[in-house]
Ligand binder design. Structure first.
Ligand code: ADP
Length: 379
């Protein structure tokens, strides 16, 4: 039954229903009709003779009126045959009508299915034609169109992401290739030329591996367990410890204010997020500047604020800086080994933990980025 089309299933179901109804109706009518006829077969004639005594004569039609009996029998048989034939005809006609009507009712569904078959990754932005009738099928088509729009959006984002990633990966490879070509064409090889070429290759491969590392992190984000109990103060201390040298090189002072909050999540991912925020605050800072991290709890939310005394972010880019590969100043970011993925990863991590990250303040004299996450209730 499951292999049959809905049109056939509907037809068979209605045919079965009509058959049962007709047979029951037939049995009922036949029973009452036959009982009625049978009572005719046996009857009594009452005579009123001159005397007061009532005289009854019982007549058996089988003997008294054999022709009438035969007629009754014939009528009964005819009745049975006619009922059976009309039942079959009714069943056939109703099944045919059901098949036809079901076909007509389901035709928009067939049309929809034909349209869906034509949907390809290339034409996701073209919505399906919505049937005029305001019925379930037009509702289904609307929902399908909404799903197509969402898919199209995420396909576009993915495509853009892949194109940007390929571009970012290609740049260092192209630099390496050019340098090697130049090196190969040289007639004499001096030790300085070797050193220069090797350091350049090292720099570019570092950039490549940094990029691949972030790309891998972003891909594996969903699979990481988020069950660690994390003290944001201790985590920041570790980040400061690891970035101490870079901060010293840039003559940037790292300041951690008092205050802590305990949250549940992935220590590795949260470390990565805070690391990226503090690293940016150092990278985009002025010499003799500072980076301050402040942690506090507001109701059920843990708030970690990273403030710097750096170059600031234009207000129109407050949201965009969290998009993959977006950089306010591309050449500056590249020169500092940036990939444009750092804050996109921070945003993904915050979302993964049910939190958010946003620029809460920025001016040419500094920026504050706030990272908020659901805090544990016991502290
Ligand atoms: P990048 O690898 O270029 O640092 P990010 O995703 O970490 O990529 O940051 C995106 C862009 O946001 C950076 O290129 C920079 O222009 C800007 N940005 C991020 N953090 C800061 C900050 N603290 N101060 C000023 N600009 C910042």
């Amino acid at each position: 039954m499951k292999k049959l089309s809905i049109q056939w299933r509907l037809t068979l179901a209605i045919a079965a229903l009509v058959t049962v109804t007709c047979i029951l109706l037939n049995l009922l009518i036949s029973h009452s009709a036959v009982t009625g006829i049978d009572t005719l077969e046996d009857y009594t004639i009452q005579l009123n003779p001159p005397t007061d005594e009532l005289l009854s004569v019982r007549i058996d039609p089988n003997q008294f009126l054999p022709e009438l009996t035969a007629q009754i029998q014939k009528t009964k048989t005819l009745f049975y045959v006619q009922s059976a034939v009309s039942t079959i005809v009714i069943i056939l006609i109703s099944s045919f009508i059901t098949y036809f009507l079901a076909g007509r009712t389901l035709s928009p569904l067939k049309k929809l299915s034909a349209q869906i078959k034509k949907v390809q990754a290339q034409n996701l932005s073209v919505p399906l034609e919505i049937p005029k009738a305001n019925d379930e099928i037009s509702l289904l088509t609307c929902s399908f169109n909404e799903m197509l729009a969402r898919l199209d959006e995420s396909f576009t984002v993915q495509r853009q992401f892949s194109a940007n990633a390929a571009h970012e990966l290609r740049t260092p490879l192209a630099v390496i290739q050019t340098q090697l070509d130049v090196f190969e064409k040289k007639d004499t090889y001096e030790i300085d030329a070797y050193k220069k070429t090797f350091s350049m290759i090292q720099e570019q491969t570092n950039r490549l591996s940094h990029l691949v590392e972030i790309l891998l992190d972003m891909t594996n984000l969903q699979t990481v367990q988020r069950t660690d109990t994390v003290s944001l103060f201790e985590l920041t201390e570790e980040v400061f410890c690891d970035l101490d040298q870079i901060a010293a090189q840039k003559q940037v002072q790292l300041i951690q204010q008092d205050g802590d909050c305990i949250i549940t999540g992935s220590y590795i991912l949260l470390y990565r997020a805070v690391y990226n925020l503090v690293e940016n605050a150092i990278k985009y800072n002025h010499p003799s500047g500072s980076v301050t991290v402040q942690i506090r709890k507001e109701q059920d939310t843990a708030i970690l604020m990273v403030s710097d005394t750096g170059i600031g972010i234009p207000p129109e880019n407050f949201e965009k800086i969290f998009d993959p590969f977006f950089r306010v100043d591309k050449s500056r970011s590249r020169a500092m080994g940036g990939s444009g993925l750092g804050l996109a990863l921070v945003k993904a991590i915050s979302q993964q933990h049910g939190g958010r990250v946003q620029v809460t303040d920025s001016s040419p004299s500094g920026t504050t980025i706030t990272f908020s996450l659901p805090a544990n209730t016991d502290k």
